[in-house]
Design a binder for this molecule. Structure first.
Ligand SMILES: *[C@@H]1O[C@H](CO)[C@@H](O)[C@H](O)[C@H]1NC(C)=O
Ligand SMILES: *[C@@H]1O[C@H](CO)[C@@H](O)[C@H](O)[C@H]1NC(C)=O
Ligand SMILES: *[C@@H]1O[C@H](CO)[C@@H](O)[C@H](O)[C@H]1NC(C)=O
Ligand SMILES: *[C@@H]1O[C@H](CO)[C@@H](O)[C@H](O)[C@H]1NC(C)=O
Length: 412
């Protein structure tokens, strides 16, 4: 509706511009590029030109695709406004403190192609989310993003001792549940470790001998009871949905009480997403809970997989060779379809598509600079991210998307 209104309000000058310059030029363009598919209809060219000419138009910005663009080097200011001294970073992500010497990986800014990302305004975010709950549920990449968001929000808290873990627990990868309280704002930012989202379980009775455990695709993790009532939920999954972390380790899929040894991993992922979907439909209030499903976060192991000596420690700059970017992972297709279905069912669900922008950032991983105490011959970490670092940009997109939907915007 709003979009239609905006279209009617296009000033007369632009109409004049359209008829005098644009239309003849489309005609020329089509004559000169007869084989270009999109130019045949003129739409590709038209939208490019209009969007380019008025990138600052806020109506168009609200329809901007933040997922596509490029990384811009920015030496003039620190992009990230917190440091490794943020008390809520776990040691595995403090790369400088673990011996990483190059700093350039912190000096890149994501520039969407047709608009600017709104500046992350921690004070504004805190004001909007106060008296609320933010829930991150998923794998350890989700914990990476959760820690980043806490540190980004902390920048605007004047008394740092008013921010604490609910039970005084230290931030480590060994905890299944952690909740950071922002006391002054009556806000909690929570993390639940549920790598598959659904339940994993021990061996059921009468299971085939090759089965060591099961992933129950029809039963959401029992932690889900605690997600009810959250204002913003960010799900992250994907990294465990592969053969290496399931069937090759003896973890098979169970549905309706029986183990199915032939079920394909992606089929099992699809069914688990369906389980999550039913849960959302039955348990979350449509107007209250805003749901994000973060897309796949690419890994950058070269010369072998993670357990075969794969490495990324020579990377100090983002990828510039576009031919080296991996194709869209199948996980994303499933996740975005699921998000679309829920949107159609009138839920506030957004697909937070960070895969493409993250694909470039082979320079952002801890690599050999893992937490203190890691044996020297341990595999490199080319799947998590140094902080401050790439997940800060994911949170900038999260914030931008919340603004886009007018999350708790006060009517004036
Ligand atoms: C995610 O974003 C990239 C870059 O814009 C795009 O190429 C890709 O198709 C998107 N993925 C999905 C599933 O929408
Ligand atoms: C704190 O926030 C919760 C919602 O998360 C709300 O129910 C409660 O009333 C708030 N407390 C105060 C003192 O505002
Ligand atoms: C900061 O917060 C702590 C915990 O609430 C409190 O004990 C302390 O007095 C506060 N410090 C200042 C300077 O307000
Ligand atoms: C196992 O799952 C597959 C789907 O991947 C299905 O086609 C097949 O019927 C299932 N087998 C049993 C015994 O339920």
């Amino acid at each position: 509706m709003q979009q239609k209104l905006q279209l009617f309000c296009i000033p007369f000058k632009i109409l004049l511009f359209l008829s005098l310059i644009l239309i003849p030029s489309i005609v020329c363009y089509n004559i000169l590029n007869p084989l270009n598919q999109s130019s045949v209809i003129g739409i590709g060219f038209l939208s490019q030109l209009i969007l380019h000419k008025s990138a600052s138009n806020s109506a168009l910005e609200s329809h901007c695709d933040y997922s596509y663009g490029n990384w811009a080097s920015d030496e003039t200011q620190p992009i990230q406004k917190y440091t490794e001294n943020c008390p809520f970073l776990d040691p595995g992500f403090r790369c400088q403190q673990s011996g990483r010497e190059d700093m350039d990986y912190q000096k890149w800014r994501w520039q969407p192609q047709r608009c600017n990302l709104p500046t992350f305004d921690a004070a504004d975010f805190l004001r909007r989310i106060q008296n609320g709950r933010i829930v991150f549920a998923g794998d350890s990449i989700g914990r990476n993003q959760w820690e980043s968001l806490i540190c980004m929000l902390m920048q605007r808290v004047s008394n740092q001792s008013t921010v604490y873990e609910q039970y005084g627990n230290p931030i480590t990868k060994h905890k299944g549940y952690l909740s950071i309280q922002f006391h002054e704002y009556n806000l909690s930012v929570e993390y639940y470790r549920v790598p598959f989202l659904v339940m994993t379980d021990r061996l059921p009775p009468r299971a085939p001998p090759e089965v060591r455990g099961v992933v129950r695709v029809d039963t959401l993790h029992w932690y889900s009871a605690k997600w009810v009532g959250a204002d913003v939920l960010i799900f992250s999954a994907g990294h465990w949905w592969n053969k290496d972390k399931t069937v090759k380790m003896g973890y098979y899929f169970q549905e309706g009480g029986s183990v199915n040894v032939t079920m394909d991993v992606m089929e099992a992922f699809r069914r688990s997403l369906n389980t999550l979907k039913s849960w959302v439909m039955n348990n979350l209030e449509p107007g209250k809970s805003h749901i994000f499903f973060r897309s796949y976060s690419p890994v950058h192991y070269r010369d072998g997989e993670w357990n075969e000596g794969g490495n990324c420690d020579m990377n100090t700059r983002p990828e510039t060779d576009y031919t080296k970017l991996e194709p869209e992972p199948l996980h994303n297709i499933l996740i975005s379809e699921f998000a679309k279905q829920m949107e159609i069912a009138n839920r506030n669900v957004q697909f937070l598509n960070i895969t493409y922008l993250t694909e470039f950032r082979k320079d952002g991983h801890p690599s050999s600079h893992r937490e203190p105490g890691t044996p020297a011959n341990a595999p490199q970490d080319c799947s998590h991210w140094c902080l401050p670092g790439v997940p800060d940009t994911w949170n900038e997109l999260l914030y931008a998307n919340l603004l886009k939907i007018g999350f708790r915007t006060k009517m004036t």
